[in-house]
Design a protein around this ligand. Structure first.
Ligand SMILES: O=C(O)C1=C[C@@H](OP(=O)(O)O)[C@@H](O)[C@H](O)C1
Ligand SMILES: C=C(OP(=O)(O)O)C(=O)O
Length: 446
């Protein structure tokens, strides 16, 4: 959906207690991967709990364009008839990944070692994001790519006809780059090795093993050394997608800051490479219980019980925790505004290359809401005003960024005066049920 429709402003205002059961949709990262790995397997992969957000729907469309048969059977129930590793056909038209960095980067990796050419584009947000971080390592396989200045979309990628395997140490902590290189390595002969100094979300590694690839991870002085044997036959799987901890963060935050709240959020992934926000909230004194901890669909999950927490305290978030909560800094900065004391978030410069510059978007919006904020290239500092202490009464710019929109709408539920976002439509990329789910819990969204 590279054409962005009409902006739809939305306002949230001080609400009564947030109460009830919050059934969060499927994890976005795992949903993209279920479709892509399913397309690389021989036979039929069955998926339940797939996130039907626009980002994932764009990946489904792309997989069809490369030759896989992708079918929706009912809500969250999908199947993919894969074409096998190296079986992608050349798409007849431009691949439009909409708003999704994960979609475009993983798909570029997947086609990079097949003798086909594809041109990728996206919406105005995605066209600003750097693709060189993916096309640089892909060039080591023999792939060529031409894009706009600064390695921006639209970009044409010519897959390597005769790929060679690669050994690559990630210069940024990015699961998208790691996954793109591993996906390219699937169709290269020999062993492809990716080294990551700081661990990032490990869904690709877990799922590749599940689909039958030979992949192992060693923990050495350099970090994680991930070795993948090329040209496996991937076997179709049944994938049960767990609920998304990044989406869960929004109703969780609302419950923490709105007086009297008490919600249950069942089956949320607590994968250690994803649950940094929840560890941080525990340190801030949030009243969250992690009940019935168990495994579902190969992921550790827990049922969360979250209550209003009037004594949240600001903390220093350890910078090495950043990769495990990278998408949660916008909502954490809202929670921090309702805490007592200062919350310091360092080592977060990757936030500047997301759907928007998230440090800038949060700093400007929080300031407009009356919160004192400091920032530098790699840091965001929020001076908390305590429970009920945020004035609000502002209009915040979303910059085509779903997480910025949801963060400020949550802020308005506990601020003294309503908060408006200039465009709520991007929320549909990751959490199309947000508005209805939040209203059912008692949130006043207008
Ligand atoms: O691999 C993934 O599914 C994702 C990785 C992260 O991006 P980076 O790899 O750019 O850190 C994250 O921000 C994004 O929402 C999803
Ligand atoms: C950064 C995000 O997604 P992507 O990179 O896939 O656009 C996100 O969902 O917060």
């Amino acid at each position: 959906m590279s054409g962005h429709g009409q902006a739809r402003p939305m306002t949230s205002r001080k609400s009564g207690a947030i109460k009830g059961l919050a059934l969060i949709p499927g994890d976005k990262s795992i949903s993209h991967r279920a479709l892509i790995f399913g397309a690389m397997a021989v036979g039929e992969t069955k998926i339940t709990g797939l996130l039907e957000g626009q980002d994932v729907l764009d990946t489904a469309k792309a997989m069809r364009a490369f030759g896989a048969e992708v079918t929706r059977h009912g809500e969250g129930a999908w199947s993919v008839h894969g074409v096998g590793v190296g079986g992608f056909r050349e798409p007849e038209d431009v691949i439009d990944c909409g708003n999704s960095g994960t979609g475009v980067r993983l798909i570029m990796g997947t086609m990079a070692t097949s003798p086909i050419t594809a041109t990728f584009t996206g919406d105005a947000s995605l066209r600003k994001r750097p693709m060189g971080r993916v096309t640089d390592p892909l060039s080591m396989f023999g792939t060529r790519a031409w894009g706009r200045k600064g390695g921006r979309l639209p970009m044409t990628v010519v897959g390597a006809a005769d790929p060679v395997p690669v050994r690559y140490a990630l210069p940024v902590a990015s699961a998208q780059v790691k996954s793109a290189v591993l996906l390219a390595g699937l169709n290269a002969p020999g062993e492809t090795v990716v080294i990551e100094r700081e661990p990032t979300r490990d869904h690709s590694e877990r799922m590749l093993v599940g689909f039958g690839a030979r992949l192992h991870v060693e923990k050495g002085a350099e970090g994680h050394i991930i070795t993948l044997a090329g040209r496996p036959e991937l076997k179709p799987q049944t994938v049960a997608v767990p609920r998304d901890p990044s989406s869960a963060a929004f109703p969780v935050a609302a419950a923490l800051i709105v007086p009297g709240s008490d919600i249950s959020v069942p089956g949320v992934s607590q994968n250690l490479t994803r649950n940094g926000l929840y560890r941080t909230l525990a340190e801030m004194g949030a009243e969250i219980e992690f009940l019935n901890q168990r495994e579902e669909g190969g992921e550790p999950v827990a049922d969360l019980r979250v209550r209003f927490s009037d004594r949240l305290k600001g903390i220093e978030v350890p910078p090495d925790r950043a990769p495990s909560m990278i998408d949660e800094y916008p909502i954490l900065s809202v929670i921090a505004a309702f805490a007592e004391g200062t919350t310091v978030m360092r080592g977060v410069k990757e936030l500047r290359v997301k759907e928007s510059d998230r440090i800038d978007a949060m700093a400007r919006g929080l300031e407009a809401c009356g919160v004192r904020v400091e920032e530098d290239e790699d840091t965001l500092i929020v001076h908390g005003m305590g429970a009920g202490g945020v004035p609000g009464g502002a209009s915040c710019a979303v910059h085509l960024d779903h997480r910025i929109a949801m963060s400020f709408l949550v802020c308005g539920l506990a601020a003294q005066a309503p908060v408006t976002v200039d465009d709520a439509t991007p929320i549909a990329t990751s959490f199309p049920l947000f508005e209805g789910l939040m209203r059912d819990l008692g949130a006043e969204l207008i």
